[in-house]
Design a protein around this ligand. Sequence first.
Ligand code: HEC
Length: 236
Amino acid sequence: MDFATLLKTTNPAILLAIASAGMLAASLVLGLGITVGGRALSSWLRATAPSDKEVDAFDKRQLQDFIKTQENEKPFAMTPMNEPILISLGCFFVAFTAASLFITPPAVKEPEDPNKPKPVVLTIVKDPAKATKIVAELPKGNAANGKSLYEEKGCVGCHTLDGKAGVGPTYQGLYTRAANRKPEYGAKEYIYESVVNPNVFIVDGFQQGIMPNNYNTQFKPQEIADMLAWMEATFK
Ligand code: HEC
């Protein structure tokens, strides 16, 4: 597994914890390194500084007084004790900021509102055995409501009831024809599929891609059951 996949598959909280621990250790080492290096540099600078005689040209006394007042006024001074700690913390802060650009902590999930209706998506049938099961598990349909849905859901725009040709096949005789459209499907299974996933079977003489293919999100199980009941009662 490469690093990118590992990053994606591991829980971000764990990643963040591991990264933080690693960075803390690295920061301590780096901080100590900087401290030791800094001290070495300052003693070298001190050793190579001009001699007292050379600075005599300055008013030495005044200079020392100035340094004294400066030191007394300092609200905070680096000491051998706090210096490595402060530098380490600084390194950790920088490393943490850099790492947080790559690791996103887990999103805080909003508690789900139990009253919020979940979107119903009707199952798209692929396997005839499952189709029979899905249709058998639909609630009992109401034919009168099925007729209203034919208008409400816009089927009326493409399907006639009286045998006249429309954009889509007429519903006249539909239920009887439906039983023979696909050998492995009964009438209800076939009609269910035709509504939920219209492009898998195209009726002869009609075109694919005309009937909307999002009815699986527009019908509740009760509504498709009503539609089936109406068709069974009316178009034999
Ligand atoms: C924009 C036009 C259009 C709309 C709206 C439409 N259909 Fe269709 N329908 C078609 C066409 C075109 C076909 C034939 C092509 C195919 O088999 O997919 C078809 C085929 C069908 C079939 C198969 C008919 C057969 O003889 O095998 C059924 C069942 C069906 N539609 C039901 C519906 C229902 C229910 C609605 C409303 C929820 C609906 N259609 C809305 C255009 C439409």
